[in-house]
Structures are given as C-alpha cells and as structure tokens.
Design a protein around this ligand. Structure first.
Ligand SMILES: [Zn+2]
Length: 215
C-alpha cells in the first residue's frame, strides 16, 4: 500500500497538470510567456556567433497567425569540422549552443568512445509551427526555431550512427548516443531521448526554451 500511494498521487498530479495546461486560458498565457522569452533582437549573439569557427546565413524575422514567431535566426551550415544537413533554421541562441556543443562535447564523445570524429549531423526538423504533442494548446519550441530534432551522425571513418536503429543496441554506437544525450542535458535547456517518450523513438530533441527538462 505504501508503495502504491506515491504512484497514484503522481499519476493524479500528472493528469491534473495536463488538464490544467490544456485549458485555453492557461495555454494562451504560457504561449505569451514563451513568445516574450524567445530571444529577440539578439545582436550580441549574432556578433559572437560570427566570431566562432562557424558558417551561417542570417534569416529574415517572420511570424505566423497561430503565434509562431522566428526572430534573430540563422541557417547554420557548419561548426568546426561538423557539417549540418539542410542548414537548419535556428534562433541565434540555439545555433550558438549547438555549434559549441558540436565542437566540444560531440567531438570529445566521438574521440573517446569511437576513436573518430563526427563529420555531419542529420536532423529531421527545426522550425515547425505546431503545438507540443502532450499539451495541445501550448506551442512547441519548434514554433520558434528554438529546437532541433537530431536523427543521425556521420563519422569521419564512414560509419553512420542512427538514433532509431542504434539507441537500444549494445556496443559503442549506443554508448556514444547515451553519452551525448546525457551531455545535452547540461548544454541545452531541454533534452529528450528515445527513453523520454514514444514520440522520440527516432531522434534526440534539444531546445533552449524557458524551462529545463532532461528525459
Ligand atoms: Zn523536437
């Protein structure tokens, strides 16, 4: 009985929070807070990004009627030795953090665990004007280009590490994925792996939103 009570309370709490957030007034307030907290007019970030060993193009600001908004964004092509497939559209803050992470933690993990380096990062999306899957009325950080869904890594030795295929295996590829997934929890505000929930079975979600979560 003692073991059951916390589980019941936890589930009840989760349902209560889900129900509350999914009501219109609460999700509308959360969206306003998210819009207000997305990086804006971040000239200092753009200057700092320009001083790094990165290739990027500045993107025009835009918004969509549903509340999606992209400001101070870039298309990031590479950071150090790492190329990014399809030059992802990202807020400067997210691009800066991804660039730093790719040059530091990602390459350290590749060298330590695999004895090679990462040549290319593949992703399945950054900007997407949509809500969070769990909270229907609350905009995802993808709605602000403040997030990336990373699906695979191409290595300098020709190997490819694929999140969907390799996450649940045993061996060096899974070890590499688990190490960078753990490092990402410190580097980004939110980091979700395939262990987080079923929606993330094929990618690592990283974002610089206004709250912290590691799962
Ligand atoms: Zn995502």
């Amino acid at each position: 009985m003692i073991l059951i009570i916390p589980v019941v309370l936890h589930e009840q709490t989760r349902r209560t929070v889900l129900g509350l957030v999914n009501t219109y007034p609460v999700s509308a307030v959360i969206n306003k807070l998210q819009q207000a907290s997305t990086p804006s007019n971040d000239a200092a970030c753009l200057r700092a990004l320009g001083k790094r060993d990165v290739r990027f193009r500045r993107q025009r600001d835009f918004s969509e009627p549903k509340g999606c908004k992209v400001k101070s964004a870039v298309r990031l092509s590479s950071a150090g030795q790492v190329q990014f497939d399809n030059a992802p559209l990202l807020t400067c803050t997210m691009a800066m953090q991804l660039a730093r992470f790719s040059e530091d933690e990602l390459q350290s993990a590749a060298r330590d665990v695999l004895g090679t380096t990462v040549k290319r990062v593949r992703h399945i999306g950054t900007y997407n004007c949509r809500s969070m899957r769990q909270f229907k009325g609350v905009l995802s950080q993808h709605a602000f280009a403040n997030a990336i869904d990373v699906s695979a890594f191409e290595l300098s030795n020709g190997d490819v590490i694929n999140v969907a295929r390799d996450w649940r295996t045993k061996g060096a590829k899974a070890q590499f994925l688990r190490r960078i997934s753990s490092d990402a929890c410190n580097a980004f505000h939110v980091a979700v792996s395939p262990d987080g929930d079923a929606n993330h079975f094929n990618h690592l979600h990283w974002d610089m939103g206004p709250y912290r979560s590691c799962r």
